[in-house]
Design a protein around this ligand. Structure first.
Ligand SMILES: [Zn+2]
Length: 163
């Protein structure tokens, strides 16, 4: 087990040195590759995961611009800190819409089954209940998938380079 390159960084006493396109840094995304300034463009490229990072000099942070949502890390002079994701966090309104998206169709289907009940003992009398349950879970899967996409963590590239 070799030591993580994020720990073997050059340690700078005193104030943190600002990020510079002429320097190389460990990649905050894959943690294996090295970030170095790309020629002709104002950006860092990683030689491990090939992602592109753009520097924000005022916040001393880099942003993986070829990812959606773009992830941001702040440089404290020695290592990367994961930035607050305030720009992509889900608010109360989004959660309400997600809840409504799951509950509203389910309640319509359930209400229809309640208002127009099947004849008792008919061969498909279970169908309205099954349909309501299917409606609930299919919408729940949609919403869960969207939320996972939204908070997507680069888990694959992280583990691929972590080994
Ligand atoms: Zn990388």
């Amino acid at each position: 087990m070799d030591e993580s390159p994020i720990d073997s960084l050059k340690t700078m006493p005193g104030s943190p040195t600002p990020l510079d396109y002429r320097e190389t840094y460990p990649c905050p995304l894959c943690r294996r590759g090295k970030l170095s300034g790309l020629t002709l463009v104002e950006a860092f490229g990683c030689n491990g995961c090939s992602h592109i990072f753009v520097l924000n000099p005022s916040r001393q942070s880099v942003r993986a611009v070829d990812r959606s949502p773009p992830l941001t890390w702040r440089w404290d002079g020695r290592r990367w800190q994961t930035s607050q994701r305030e720009d992509v966090s889900l608010g109360w309104g989004e959660w309400s819409i997600a809840m409504a998206f799951v509950l509203f169709p389910t309640s319509i289907v359930g209400l229809a089954a309640y208002v127009f009940p099947p004849f008792p003992g008919s061969p498909l009398s279970f169908f309205p209940i099954l349909w309501a349950v299917l409606t609930f879970f299919s919408h729940l899967v949609c919403v869960t998938w969207l939320i996972l996409e939204y908070y997507q963590f680069p888990i694959l590239s992280y583990f691929r380079w972590r080994r």
